[in-house]
Design a protein around this ligand. Sequence first.
Ligand SMILES: Cc1cc2nc3c(=O)[nH]c(=O)nc-3n(C[C@H](O)[C@H](O)[C@H](O)COP(=O)(O)OP(=O)(O)OC[C@H]3O[C@@H](n4cnc5c(N)ncnc54)[C@H](O)[C@@H]3O)c2cc1C
Length: 376
Amino acid sequence: MKVLVVGGGPGGLFFGILLKRARPDIAVHVVEQNPADATYGWGIGLTDSALDALRPSAPEVVSDLSDGADVTDEMEFTLDGKSLRVHASTFYRVARIVLLEKLQQWGRAAGVTFAHNERVETSDELAGWDLVVGADGVNSRVREMFSEVFKPDISYGNNWFAWYGTAQLFGTPSLIFLNRPEGVFVGHASQYSPDRSNFLVELSPEAYYGARFDTLGEEASRLRCEEIFAESLHGGRLYTNKSLWFQPKFVRCAGSWSHDNVTLLGDALHTVHPSLGSGTRFAMRDAVYLVDALVSASWDVPAAFRSYEESRRDVAEAFQRAAVRSIGWYERLQDRPPRDLAKMTLEYVMRTGRVRYEEFRRRNPEMMSAYETPQP
Ligand SMILES: Cc1cc2nc3c(=O)[nH]c(=O)nc-3n(C[C@H](O)[C@H](O)[C@H](O)COP(=O)(O)OP(=O)(O)OC[C@H]3O[C@@H](n4cnc5c(N)ncnc54)[C@H](O)[C@@H]3O)c2cc1C
């Protein structure tokens, strides 16, 4: 059996590793358009529940991914200069490039072959393989090739994002909210290596156009964001890595998840919002489900595709609904600018409905008793 994986992101790489481990005699080939050591963006966060969910399928690989990662269960919220820390999910932060390099190493060790700097463009290139997996991200070419079958439902978020790095170390992941005349500005910051943090800037359309970011290039935008967030950055620099403004693209495949011997996983199949910080885990979990389906169907590809979709679609759609609630929360900030730090923090924590009030209260008794005590 010969398997082609289009895209060497976390989803495609993890799929290759798991497949090779399940059936070492299968040839698994990953085609990736970028060089082996290139990536966009900076660091990503994985929660302990994400790692726990992935661990049983490849314990040593998952331990390696979290080895040396920064770990914390605290989050800091800042509103117009005032800050509050709470206990929230436990987060492991890693550089995306380190995650990809580790997965590539595990893939090579398992016998996966790679072609970097190669881009799949046409369906002719998918011929001759017994199984093809489109793991080629949010702008998936494979999804486009068979869009009449996958029926992608594509939309864009209203808010604008630019993804920077900084040497200012946000050891506690931080959400920074600034009410400014142009609108609400949000900085999502977290350390992911000994000397670097992510700094993702999120703006409502009012803030984006009001501050004229639509007229600024990458460097001018960086400087402007540095100025605006100077207090939180302690006057430090922001760094760019293809840090162009974007509105997140949301993908959901309303049609079948497979066509003949071709299927999709990860962002190519369905995205979650950056604010949920779960796209990597989501893509890697798809890989687990797909390999499990192949093993359970004794490598009968059509039967495996049916079971992959049956077992994964509901969970995936529930997760996407949580992402929509998260997006909505951020997008509504412009109409209801946050004024009270504790209230805003609580609303943030509860925004997707996945965290229980009582559980949060148990973990943050001081903050919650201050919040619940009526003010004179
Ligand atoms: C600003 C931002 C912050 C984020 N933060 C987090 C976070 O904290 N935690 C988290 O879990 N997730 C986060 N995510 C989401 C996460 O990055 C993605 O959901 C995840 O990378 C999806 O994995 P994937 O393997 O499906 O796709 P990708 O990681 O996009 O990988 C797809 C790969 O396919 C390659 N490719 C594309 N087209 C072709 C082609 N035609 N031929 C060959 N190769 C091709 C691409 O170069 C790429 O390497 C964030 C995303 C953004 C934008």
